[in-house]
Design a binder for this molecule. Structure first.
Ligand SMILES: C[S@@+](CC[C@H](N)C(=O)[O-])C[C@H]1O[C@@H](n2cnc3c(N)ncnc32)[C@H](O)[C@@H]1O
Length: 289
């Protein structure tokens, strides 16, 4: 039996969340995902912090992060302001937010985030096809720059290419699967123009990373998976979703016993670095406590 492992077909076994990705503020996103205990930006946080720490030590300068599939600026909120998903669920679920307009929420959030001491000296460029989410991210001050682009369907403009030159670290949570190697093929010439950033993807076990790793290899990158560790992403939305995901995993030769079979999506961490950096310090040593 041949197994269809194109991301488009794999996505069919997942609950469709598109309706919450492009609102003019994050309330619906947080309302819906709280029900599923969506947590990958939190579980990814300590790893991203370690990578930022290493890069800061190396270059003694602001780390410029490009967050792929950034949505409303969620990883930016968590990393720049040292917040947790629970704090963000509480923030955008507050009673006083219920009747507010999106403009009022943006005005409130500008102040709210500005009042929190930035814990990390980083700048975050967010890329996501969801134009409204990007606008929110930029206007609220979470994103330093926003690129409303779908690299699956369009190339990078010269303007966007210019904005990507300073990037030292590319991150993503919950995005690979929507993004395929096609996007990375379009991104790599731009992000490697100045120097070669590290590329850090948290990817559901449902989505094979091989094709993206192969694309990155063409640009001199070595991809390592952090072995022996999985990262909680979210609960399944329904028994039906779980059943379909388990079947898809088994068909792809991935054993879900004791893992997804327990009721939740799990991600793995893939780090792609220039060959020289990967040879100097392997991923396990880099991420040691
Ligand atoms: C599950 S959400 C993850 C958002 C955020 N990174 C997080 O973890 O909370 C998936 C995001 O991927 C975005 N997305 C969908 N297609 C994409 C594409 N072709 N390129 C980049 N992002 C995409 C969606 O708009 C959405 O914001």
């Amino acid at each position: 039996m041949s197994v269809d492992t194109t991301f488009m077909s794999i996505n069919e076994v997942k609950a469709d969340m598109d309706h919450i990705y492009n609102q003019s503020d994050p309330r619906a996103y947080f309302h819906e995902l709280k029900k599923l205990d969506y947590a990958i930006p939190d579980t990814a946080k300590p790893i991203f912090q370690k990578l930022i720490g290493h890069l800061q030590q190396r270059q003694h300068d602001t780390v410029h992060v490009l967050d792929l599939g950034c949505s409303y600026g969620i990883n930016a909120a968590i990393l720049k302001h040292n917040l947790s998903m629970d704090e963000l669920y509480e923030h955008w679920g507050q009673k006083k937010m219920t009747d507010a307009t999106s403009e009022e929420i943006i005005a409130y959030d500008q102040q709210f985030f500005a009042d929190i001491d930035a814990s990390e000296e980083i700048e975050v460029i967010g890329l996501d096809p969801a134009e409204n989410a990007i606008t929110f991210g930029v206007e609220s001050g979470l994103l330093d720059e926003g690129l409303a682009l779908n690299l699956e369907t369009e190339p990078l403009s010269a303007l966007a290419t210019g904005k990507l030159t300073p990037v030292n670290l590319v991150t993503s949570t919950g995005c690979v699967g929507y993004m395929t190697e096609k996007s990375f093929d379009r991104l790599l010439p731009a992000v490697t123009e100045g120097h070669q950033p590290w590329i850090a993807n948290f990817v559901l076990r449902l989505f094979p990373f091989d094709a993206i790793a192969k694309s990155l290899d063409k640009w001199g990158y070595v991809t390592e998976k952090l072995e022996g560790q999985t990262f909680f992403q979210r609960e399944f939305a329904s028994d039906d979703e779980q059943e379909q995901v388990l079947k898809q995993l088994r068909d792809q030769g991935v054993n879900p016993s004791g893992l997804e079979a327990e009721g939740h999506f799990l991600a793995e961490f893939h780090l792609s670095r220039p060959m020289k950096d990967a040879a100097e310090v392997p991923i396990e040593r880099l991420l040691q406590a």
